[in-house]
Design a protein around this ligand. Structure first.
Ligand code: ATP
Ligand code: MG
Length: 234
C-alpha cells in the first residue's frame, strides 16, 4: 500500500496489553501511521508483559479477538501475533520480537516502535533498553498535558540526547547517542487528544456502558457477549 513503490518499507510495531483495546490506542497508531508516512502498523497484543507479571490479564485469545474487532475498518493497522504467548512460558521481550520481525525484511527497511509517553517513562526497566533504543527508532505519543521534557529524563544512563544530524523540520525529534557514538532518534507526537486508559475502562465497564467515543462498539459487544470485566480488572 506504499505510495512510492521503490521506497524502502516503513513499518510501525505497536505492542500492548490491549485489555481492552480502546480509541486512545487507535488514535496513537493512526497518528503514527500518518505522521511518519508508514506503510502499515503491526498491532500486537502481548502474551505476557514483563512489567505486568503480578497483574492478571484477560486471556490472550480474548485480547486478540477484541483487537481484531477494534482494527476493522483500518486497513493499514494490521493485527499481529508476533507477541503471542511463548511456548516456554517466559515473558515477551520487545527486543526479541523486533529482531525476529526485522530478520526477513530488506536491509533498508525501517521498523519503528510506537508507544505512549507513559509507557516510555519506564523504558529503563525494559529488557536491554539501550540496545532497543539504538536499533529501533521510537515514535512516542503523549496524552494531553504531558510534559515532553520527561522523555529525555527517562532515558537509560548510557544514552544521552545528541544533536540530530538530519532533522525533519516537519517533525518533532530527539537525537540520541550511546557511549560508543552510535546514534538513533525518537519521534514525538504531542497532539494526542484521547485521555483514556484501559484501567479506567475496565473499572467503568462493570457498572455501565462507557461513552461510545471511548471504545469501538464491536469491542463492547464482544465484552458483553463474553462477560469480561464483570468485576473491573480481570
Ligand atoms: P492500562 O491502563 O491497563 O495500562 P493502557 O490503556 O495504558 O492500559 P496498554 O495496553 O498498557 O493500554 O497500552 C499500550 C500502549 O498504548 C502503551 O504504549 C500506552 O502508553 C499507549 N496508550 C494507551 N492509552 C493511550 C492514549 N489514550 N493515548 C496515547 N497512547 C496510549
Ligand atoms: Mg498502560
Amino acid at each position: 500500500m506504499s505510495q512510492t513503490p521503490s521506497r524502502p518499507p516503513r513499518i510501525g510495531f505497536f505492542g500492548g496489553t490491549f485489555d481492552p483495546p480502546h480509541t486512545g490506542h487507535l488514535a496513537l497508531a493512526s497518528l503514527a501511521l500518518q505522521t511518519l508516512d508508514l506503510d502499515k502498523v503491526l498491532v500486537a497484543p502481548v502474551g505476557l508483559q514483563p512489567l505486568k507479571l503480578g497483574r492478571p490479564a484477560t486471556p490472550y485469545r480474548d485480547r486478540l479477538a477484541m483487537t481484531r474487532l477494534a482494527l476493522a475498518g483500518h486497513p493499514r493497522l494490521e493485527l499481529s501475533e508476533a507477541d503471542a504467548p511463548r511456548p516456554d512460558g517466559l515473558p515477551n521481550y520487545m527486543i526479541d520480537t523486533l529482531r525476529r520481525l526485522r530478520a526477513p525484511l530488506p536491509p533498508d527497511a525501517q521498523l519503528y516502535v510506537i508507544c505512549g509517553a507513559d509507557a516510555f517513562l519506564n523504558i529503563s526497566l525494559w529488557h536491554r533498553p539501550s540496545d532497543l533504543l539504538m536499533e529501533f527508532p521510537f515514535i512516542i505519543g503523549a496524552r494531553p498535558g504531558f510534559d515532553l521534557g520527561r522523555i529525555a529524563n527517562a532515558l537509560p544512563d548510557d544514552i544521552s540526547v545528541a544533536s540530530d544530524d538530519h532533522p525533519d523540520p516537519q517533525l518533532l525529534t530527539l537525537g540520541l547517542r550511546n557511549r560508543h557514538g552510535r546514534r538513533s532518534r525518537l519521534y514525538l507526537l504531542p497532539q494526542l487528544q484521547h485521555d483514556i486508559s484501559a484501567t479506567e475502562l475496565r473499572d467503568a465497564l462493570h457498572s455501565a456502558d462507557p461513552n461510545p467515543s471511548l471504545l469501538p462498539q464491536a469491542v463492547l459487544a464482544y465484552i458483553r457477549d463474553h462477560r469480561l470485566y464483570r468485576n473491573g480488572t480481570p
